[in-house]
Design a protein around this ligand. Structure first.
Ligand code: FES
Length: 110
């Protein structure tokens, strides 16, 4: 049994400017991570749903990258407060994947 109902990881990895892979941090992911934490707390999910800052999730090209377990749903280009609110409202609360932000499995190189 999972400790948390949902566990959200938000990449805040930092790479030097000009790095070929870029990084989620330069796309504003620190702010996105804070928004997830604040909004989950505000909605009373402390201890039930956890948002953690993470290192590189190996989805750099899609960043800012977010993955939610136990579903294993990946989101990319999560850049705005509206994106965060939509993921919380539709995915976390509503149980529905936010397709417009989802990174399809086939996009990941094997
Ligand atoms: S730098 Fe964010 S997924 Fe790699």
């Amino acid at each position: 049994m999972s400790r948390f109902k949902h566990h959200i990881f938000i990449c805040i990895n930092v790479r030097p400017p000009g790095h070929a892979k870029g990084c989620c941090s330069e796309k504003g992911s620190e702010k996105i991570a804070e928004l997830f934490k604040e909004e989950l707390y505000r909605r009373g999910f402390k201890g039930i749903i956890r948002a953690n800052k993470a290192g590189c999730l190996d989805a750099c090209e899609f960043g800012p990258s977010v993955v939610i377990y136990p579903e294993g749903v990946w989101y990319g280009n999560v850049r705005t407060p509206e994106d965060v609110m939509e993921i919380i409202e539709r995915h976390i609360i509503g149980g529905e994947v936010v397709e417009r932000l989802r990174i399809p499995d086939e996009k990941f190189r094997r």
